[in-house]
Write a protein that binds this ligand. Structure first.
Ligand SMILES: Nc1nc2c(ncn2[C@@H]2O[C@H](COP(=O)(O)OP(=O)(O)OP(=O)(O)O)[C@@H](O)[C@H]2O)c(=O)[nH]1
Ligand SMILES: [Mg+2]
Length: 408
């Protein structure tokens, strides 16, 4: 990863500069207001400075080269000359060195500012002083760019023990005098590794229908997501799809799936108890895939989980998907995961990325459960607002300071 600084008269101008230079994939690491130098300028409006990173071989100026490389026409070690970097490599590395030093100095200043703020807060609230003592100690031992990433990960709701785990691994992996770019690359790779390779639906090959069950807390988007996936398999893969709903708790729930079933031209069966599932499945013997929707379970209502467990067992599902919303807070999400630990094996679906500003819940859940990521959804539109989890995008969002609307 390459890290660069951009200055604009406001955030919009600075972001525009980042995008023009590094492209839309640029990762915003930090933004801050900076005073202009010089006596008279001290009184003028502060400028906005953005620290941004991008993968070494990407950006608008070298997109063509990257594309060629993907289909194997160019070798990676030829890239620098093609981009014109080769000619200026000596000046560039000196510039990079200077930039790294500036970044380190700035982060030291930021670190000092944070320590001063903490001292100030301690004076203000003496009673709260012991609770976060350990994490303060941990933070103090961090420096430069790692401090910045620590802050960004915590801001993005990654749980502190996971952040700590990542930072320790970076310390183990990085060489003693590793620069900012190396450190960023190591952390980025570690997060990508933790997120793992997503896996979707493995279709049966014995001619029997593949049975899929979606479970999860109330209102996270199970039914909508089920409709999106079912539509995808029916329309794009020409699969013969059948739907079952076991959600008979809400009158509107059956109607909701019925509407989707009618639009998509798929049959829907309603089951009222676990005993009825095998009969419903028997009627779908000719299908390639059967999707089963379940009622949302409040993670606080433990007795309901027994019933859900019986349903899942009776379905003999080939794949179970636990649907979680990225708008769920860190603590609630941990409780939800604990409550669903009765499931032997499952994959994770994350919804409502469009509404969330803290994607940490994805990393937390993946880290705690060790279950594979599958789909993510980012809107209410059926069937469009769904994709296979893009680990690269998630890792960048986790490391970045979420300072602008990603959809802009
Ligand atoms: N913004 C946004 N809204 C979504 C997304 N997915 C689903 N929704 C909305 O979330 C609300 C609940 O969706 P449902 O699919 O009914 O959720 P559910 O988990 O089936 O709910 P219950 O069956 O009541 O537990 C609806 O208004 C959906 O349109 C998403 O990715 N982004
Ligand atoms: Mg539902």
């Amino acid at each position: 990863m390459k890290i660069r600084r951009y200055i604009g008269k406001d955030a919009q101008e600075a972001i525009l500069k980042v995008r023009m230079d590094l492209g839309n994939d640029a990762l915003i690491l930090n933004t801050r207001k900076v005073r202009q130098k010089g006596f008279l300028k001290m009184f003028s409006k502060p400028l906005v400075e953005i620290l941004a990173a991008v993968d070494e071989y990407y950006g608008p100026t070298n997109k063509k080269v990257a594309a060629k490389n993907e289909i194997g026409f160019e070798k990676k070690n030829e890239l620098k000359t093609i981009n014109g970097f080769g000619k200026e490599s000596i000046y560039k590395s000196k510039l990079d060195e200077k930039e790294e030093k500036i970044v380190l100095l700035e982060n030291k200043i930021n670190g000092m500012e944070a320590v001063l703020n903490k001292i100030y807060n301690q004076i203000q609230q003496p009673a709260e002083k012991t609770e976060t003592a350990q994490s303060k100690e941990e933070e103090k031992s961090l420096s430069g760019i790692l401090q910045l990433f620590y802050n960004n990960l915590v801001k993005n709701e990654v749980e502190t023990d996971i952040v700590q785990f990542l930072i320790e691994r970076v310390h183990e992996k990085k060489k003693e005098n590793a620069g900012v770019n190396d450190t960023t690359s190591i952390l980025y790779s570690l997060i990508s590794e933790l997120l793992g390779k997503p896996s979707t639906i493995k279709l049966r090959e014995d001619g029997k229908p593949t049975v899929i069950v979606l479970v999860g807390p109330t209102g996270v988007g199970k039914t909508t997501t089920l409709a999106k996936i079912a539509a995808h398999y029916a329309l794009d893969h020409k699969k013969n799809v059948g739907l079952i709903t076991a959600d008979t708790y809400r009158i509107a729930a059956v109607e909701q799936l019925k509407t989707y079933a009618e639009i998509l031209g798929m049959p829907l069966k309603v089951v009222y108890s676990a005993d009825e599932i095998s009969e419903a499945l028997e009627g779908y013997k000719d299908k390639d895939i059967v999707f089963i929707d379940t009622a949302g379970r409040s993670y606080k209502n433990k007795p309901q989980f027994e019933e859900l467990k019986t349903f899942v067992e009776a379905s003999c599902a080939d794949e179970v998907f636990l649907v979680l919303s990225t708008t769920t807070g860190m603590k609630n999400c941990r409780e939800i995961i604990e409550n669903y630990s009765f499931l032997q094996d499952y994959k994770l679906i994350f919804t409502k990325l469009d509404e969330s500003s803290s994607p940490g819940v994805i990393l937390n859940s993946r880290y705690r459960t060790k279950k594979e990521l599958s789909f993510v959804t980012m809107g209410q539109s059926v069937p469009d607002d769904i994709e296979i989890a893009n680990v690269d995008k998630i890792a960048k969002n986790l490391l970045g300071a979420m300072v602008y609307d990603r959809s802009s």
